[in-house]
Ligand binder design. Structure first.
Ligand code: PMP
Ligand code: GLN
Length: 420
């Protein structure tokens, strides 16, 4: 073994689909419907707030701020979530600011995992959960969401987990379950009944629940986002994770948070204070201003949360139509800004043999990038090694993109489809 080889705990995660597909987008310049970020300008009030913070006569706004979160930001988050959770969230002790939701997930998983602890992960899953579990010495246990309908229009509500299988996964080694609602990549918004089922198991087996809610503000009517932390006796065992990048369309700002009871946040803080220590001050200040303004217009038509989801609804429907016209079968998402589509009906139009990857969806997406000019993500990336076949027939497209780019993608795909 080479002296400087990768330690075993990181070996299973030496490839990143994001790194690889970002490079493909640079090399081939397709219309990029891959990685989840907007390709249009962020809201002016928050970008102005960042400029104001950086240029502020207050010199401290460009210096280290409080380790566990800039006071103005933890205060406004506590105020907002206190209103939503209908309980008094303590800004100092029950909120932690992190470097994106990624760090919140990392410090949660690393802070709470002892060797051999089991984490239940719902497939498909946002791909970083598993490397984080493995590198912390934990063991992931999987249960899949599967579409229970195969005809006509499928929505994300048709993707269900088997309750008996879920029940069987819980045991005395289970440290917790990670849920993601609204869900990436399916767009599923978990129902009260599903969340209550999970909550009951978590209580019965005395486990944690990690609730990744980075798309919490992007839920399409009539669906409603339900926070598992609001169910009876669940706050005590839930760590909820959010992202400023997703909330204000500023993914490059990399500010996220975790909230939950003080005793559960303690382990997160220990990992955070010795790795990141504190997050970027002027960006936290700007995110705080954004939230203060949102709180003042909460639920009103000029709220950014309301405007963004209305804009995204139009984009979602536009994408669903052009993917269907091309011959794919999309799952209509109830939340978030991704759409998975089954591409198998197009298999005879692509030359999969020209690509080398083991999984069909990787070959499909790469062939499309190079020969057609549209980039989507291979869906099997959101499944564990043994279950990749469950995702191979699907591709994930992102629709938080400029209308012009969505139109361009539609034109390119339809033109390609009409060619013999
Ligand atoms: N969780 C999910 C479900 C995501 O899609 C993402 C990607 N934004 C993250 C966490 C990480 O978010 P951030 O960019 O704030 O680190
Ligand atoms: N969450 C985003 C997505 O799913 C971005 C992930 C990433 O770039 N690492 O596309």
């Amino acid at each position: 073994m080479s002296r400087f080889g990768t330690p075993d705990r990181f070996k299973a995660s030496d490839n990143s689909v994001w790194v690889e597909y970002r490079q493909l987008s640079i090399d081939y310049k397709p219309v990029n419907l891959g990685q989840g970020y907007p390709d249009f300008c962020a809201p002016k009030n928050v970008t102005k707030a960042l400029a104001n913070a950086a240029l502020s006569p207050n010199p401290l706004l460009n210096q280290y701020t409080r380790a566990f979160g800039h006071p103005r930001l933890v205060n406004v988050l506590a105020k907002l979530y206190s209103k939503i959770l209908v309980r008094n969230l303590d800004a100092e002790n029950e909120v932690l600011i992190t470097s994106g939701a990624y760090e919140a997930l990392f410090v949660t998983i690393h802070g709470h995992t002892r060797p051999e602890d089991e984490w239940i992960v719902i497939e498909p899953f946002f791909d970083c959960y598993v490397p984080m579990i493995l590198s912390s010495g934990g063991v992931p246990r999987f249960i899949a969401l599967k579409p229970k309908k195969t005809s006509d229009t499928i929505t994300s509500a048709d993707w269900l987990f088997d309750k008996k299988d879920m029940e069987k996964l819980f045991n005395e080694k289970t440290k917790g379950i990670i849920i993601n609602t609204p869900h990436n990549p399916i767009g599923k918004v978990f129902t009260l009944e599903e969340l209550q089922f999970i909550a009951n198991l978590a209580k019965r087996w005395n486990t944690l629940v990690v609730s990744d809610e980075v798309y919490e503000w992007i839920v399409y009517e009539p669906k409603r986002h339900i926070r598992i932390a609001t169910l009876p006796d669940m706050f005590e065992r839930t760590i909820t994770i959010g992202s400023a990048g997703k909330t204000f369309s500023v993914t490059g700002w990399k500010i996220g948070w975790a909230y939950g009871p003080e005793n559960l946040l303690k382990n997160l803080k220990i990992v955070h204070q010795n790795s990141i220590y504190t997050c970027v001050t002027p960006i936290q200040e700007a995110v705080a201003v954004g939230f203060e303004e949102e709180l003042a217009r909460f639920g009103q038509p000029d709220s950014y949360f309301v405007c963004l989801k209305n804009e995204l609804l139009t984009k979602r429907d536009f994408m669903a139509k052009f993917l269907t016209d091309v011959g794919m079968s999309p799952t209509i998402p109830e939340g978030g800004y991704f759409m998975v589509a089954n591409w198998i009906a197009l298999e005879n139009k692509v030359r999969l043999e020209e690509e080398q990857d083991a999984n069909k969806d990787y070959r499909f997406t790469k062939w499309m990038i190079k020969n057609v000019g549209v980039l989507g993500m291979p869906s099997s990336t959101f499944y564990c090694d043994g279950h990749k076949h469950l995702g191979e027939d699907n591709v994930r497209y992102c629709f938080i993109k400029d209308d012009e780019n969505l139109k361009r993608a539609a034109e390119i795909l339809l033109k390609w489809k009409s060619q013999k």
